[in-house]
Design a protein around this ligand. Structure first.
Ligand code: ADP
Length: 379
């Protein structure tokens, strides 16, 4: 990543210490770092480790002179594009000796140096460097956005595939039911088929409602109908709603609910939906004949509702993700269970709209899971 805030380096090369100090004093200001070298070799060493916005090279130096140093710089990938200002003592003729103009900006300044001219020349290069950095930072930012969009797009496509799959099953079952109803005259069989179709319609309606809820919350349009409600009655509604799913999988449900008065300022339907969703998941992700416990107690002005199962559990790497929209634990070969991966995201948002929180408290593979909802008691 490129940071626009980092100081800008410039390099001074001169064999005379006093010249280096004078040039430094002339150019130094906030946000700039001056690197000084007394020879071409020292300069090349500095250029190996520093990113430099401008190099000021004295042309006449013993050993490697300024032009030779510049030619080395033009040959090194890292230093090739560094703008160079040569400090010359002689006439403009000397300028022709340098070949290497094509790689990067080159300028000349004659001794005795006129401070204003050098400063304004140098400022042009510092500004260019700063602009270049800004462009790089914007490029990085755009790349990050593009990446996030690609991921979101992939999630959306995955979701559409899952949604298609989820909708196909009940729709096909309804089609088959209608077909059978047309042929069966036996009223008992017809009743059974209708009951099955009724369950499929309810499943479809639930899916559609969840999808609509998610988008209502996203747009801030989900309004809670809050009232003073007793915790125990909300939990009663939730159990009633989930009992068919629990029975269908032959699970046993144990309740350990406090009898202490526990009043909440809550939307009873939405809160029952939260708990019922957790109970349904417990039923869905536990092999037949499992044990599900619904517990509730009052702790320090809060109620804690626990839904515990002894089912398949949640792998470590998924624990932090399951409350995200569309998060599902997948089996390597195919989808392990039905569902859209929106239930827990919806539950979390509904709990938070009530001023509460939800957490996965325990989970062990094939041992089970415990989800806990914490809600503030009515003051
Ligand atoms: P869905 O059940 O529709 O896939 P949810 O948002 O309700 O979506 O749950 C997200 C994922 O979390 C599920 O796909 C499942 O992998 C995992 N999960 C949720 N509850 C349980 C549970 N009680 N035991 C094991 N895994 C669970």
């Amino acid at each position: 990543m490129t940071s626009e805030k980092e100081p800008i380096n410039f390099l001074l090369v001169d064999d005379l210490e006093e010249n280096l100090l004078a040039l430094e004093a002339l150019l130094q200001r906030d946000g700039l770092v001056c690197l000084k070298a007394r020879s071409g070799d020292e300069a090349l060493e500095l250029l190996l480790v520093h990113d430099v916005a401008l190099a000021l090279l004295d042309v006449q130096m013993p050993g490697m002179d300024g032009f030779q140093l510049a030619e080395f710089m033009r040959g090194a990938a890292r230093a090739r594009h560094i703008p160079i200002i040569f400090v010359t003592a002689g006439s403009a003729d000397a300028q022709r000796r340098f070949r290497g103009y094509e790689a990067g900006a080159v300028d000349f300044i004659q001794k005795p140096i006129e401070a204003d001219i050098l400063r304004s020349k140098a400022d042009v290069f510092f500004d260019l460097h700063q602009q270049h950095r800004q462009i790089l930072a914007q490029r990085d930012e755009l790349a990050a956005y593009a990446n996030a969009l690609r991921t979101a797009d992939r999630h959306k496509n995955d979701f559409l595939a899952v949604l298609g799959h989820e909708l196909r099953n009940p729709v096909m079952a309804l089609g088959a039911g209608l077909h059978l109803l047309k042929r069966r005259e036996d009223p008992k069989q017809a009743l059974e088929i209708r009951a099955q179709m009724d369950r499929q319609v309810q499943h479809l309606a639930r899916l559609v409602e969840d999808l609509l809820d998610i988008s209502r919350i996203d747009q801030g349009k989900l309004a809670l109908r809050k009232e003073k409600v007793a915790l125990q009655s909300v939990l009663g509604f939730a159990v009633e709603a989930s009992q068919p799913q629990i029975d269908a999988n032959q699970h046993s449900l144990k309740t350990e609910i406090t009898s202490e008065p526990a009043w909440l300022d809550a939307d009873p339907t939405r809160l029952a939906q939260v708990v019922s969703n957790l109970l349904n998941n417990a039923a869905k992700y536990t092999p037949e004949g499992g044990e599900i416990t619904l517990g509730a107690r009052v702790v320090d002005g809060f109620v804690e509702v626990d839904v515990t199962d002894n089912g398949i559990g949640i792998p470590d790497d998924m624990r932090s993700k399951i409350f995200e929209l569309f998060a599902q634990v997948r089996s390597p070969s195919k989808r392990a269970h039905e569902g859209l991966g929106i239930g827990l995201a919806l539950v979390k948002q509904l709990v938070e709209l009530h001023g509460g929180s939800i957490a996965l408290k325990d989970s062990g593979l094939n041992i089970g899971s415990r989800f806990q909802v914490r809600l503030p008691l009515l003051a």
